[in-house]
Design a protein around this ligand. Structure first.
Ligand code: ATP
Ligand code: MG
Length: 189
């Protein structure tokens, strides 16, 4: 099977993430998309919502699409995993699958700063979408397939800020995610 990997912090997951997965699935002829939430150290930059909760939010965001699932592989170890290690581990675990790694343009332009970038380019082909505010630049050596998608000026950062200001996030995130954010009182000031 051909599997798209959708990596991210997903704090919270939003419709931009879902649209990338859907459009990539169609255009790159993927059999499935696996969402791979990152294990972010709690002391890093801002405080990231705990892993279990982000995992649950992703599960709820993708629940209605049988082609989407979530992999908790990056939570199997205490320390954050590099994409390079994750992809190697997945290829080792599922030698029968072919993996593509999906990214937005902001991730695409920074790929060459990622851990073991050169080797990462050898391990995996990327599917990349445009993103407002980011140039669409393909790092030298990376194999990138363009995925076309309407530009969406949506980010988890903006959603967290809206919640903190008491503004609506309805339709920016799946309804189940919106309700869970409310129930858990996430992103409140
Ligand atoms: P944050 O603002 O917290 O960084 P985010 O919205 O960028 O959140 P991430 O979890 O960081 O979401 O991103 C996961 C992946 O989704 C990245 O490859 C990112 O480029 C991509 N992505 C997220 N939102 C969009 C969007 N609106 N358009 C295109 N790509 C996006
Ligand atoms: Mg981001």
């Amino acid at each position: 099977m051909k599997i798209g990997l959708m990596g991210g912090t997903f704090d919270p997951p939003h419709i931009g993430h879902l649209l990338i997965a859907e459009q990539a699935q169609e255009q790159l002829e993927l059999d499935a998309v696996w969402f791979v939430p990152a294990n972010v150290p709690p002391h890093k930059q801002r405080t990231v919502t705990d892993a279990t909760k982000r995992l649950r939010l992703v599960e709820e965001a993708i629940a209605l699409n049988p082609a989407f699932s979530v992999s908790a592989i990056e939570f199997e170890r205490e320390e954050p995993s590099y994409t390079y290690d994750t992809i190697r581990a997945l290829k080792h675990r599922y030698p029968e699958h072919e993996f593509l790694f999906l990214v937005g343009a902001d991730s695409l332009v920074s790929l060459d700063t990622w851990y073991q970038a050169e080797r990462l380019y050898e391990e995996v082909v990327f599917g990349a979408v445009a993103r407002p505010g980011s140039r669409y630049l393909i790092p030298r050596g990376a194999r990138v397939k363009a995925v076309d998608m309407p530009l969406l000026e949506i980010s988890s950062t903006d959603i967290r800020q809206r919640v903190a200001r008491g503004r609506s996030i309805r339709y920016l995130v799946p309804e189940a995610v919106r309700q869970r954010i409310e129930e858990w009182n996430l992103y409140a000031p």
